[in-house]
Design a protein around this ligand. Sequence first.
Ligand SMILES: O=C(O)CCC(=O)C(=O)O
Length: 263
Amino acid sequence: MKLSAEQVAAFFDRGWVVVPALFSSSEMSRAREAFERLYVTAQQLRTTQNHAGAYFVLEAPPQGEVIVKRVVWAGGAESTLLDLSADSRLVEPALQLLGSDHCEQLLCQAHFKMPGDGVSFDWHQDIQHRDKGPGTWKDLNGRGSYVQTITLIDDMTEKNGPLKFIPRESVRGDAEGRIFSSHYDYGTPMDPAAEAAQFDESAAITVTGESGSVLFFGPYAVHGSTSNESQFSRRVLINGYAYPGANGRVYPGEGSGRRLPRV
Ligand SMILES: O=C(O)CCC(=O)C(=O)O
């Protein structure tokens, strides 16, 4: 599957593109079953740990259900999700955007936002999670060398903690639109006001979509999401693909960093 010229332009010029109905409802119900099994496992584990090839990041409040912050390399524990992450409907557009015939898969991550669980994500760029200082990241294709995809497992609505993006034209930063942030693990921490001044929050666009739709964005797209205030879960599967050789780190999970397409 190839993206159209308009979709490619949206990715590079604005920062993201949403492709509706990339996966069928039966594929998404199988993915939901996998998410449900991960959720049950998390309730038993209770604390952050490696388990069954995945890394569960959990918080157990004194009462009530364990909050699943994320399951890193979720496909390590659930082969349905690993298969989904190698699907040509994700990988071909990612390769098209990377300008490569293969890539390294760094992420296969399950995000659960259950009603009222309070999980939210501050404004950030994914480069902050890829580039952790000298030797960890190199932009080899001159266009960021990374494509993140977010597959909507549930419908994502205005109320259940949808993602929001700042269009590139409303981001200052450096020539690539890379901002300097206190979220970096290295460098000089920034005062939050100086950080916020690097982009115009009032320009944020909320992304909604039906289950089976997929969002594609690059490492400099400024995005975040607030907590789920609805009665319905908002679960997404995040798969991240890097230009070969760009990454210098080992990511958690059994088999992470694998080459795609498989040979
Ligand atoms: O699940 C979310 O809302 C946040 C996802 C995100 O920030 C990311 O993929 O970088």
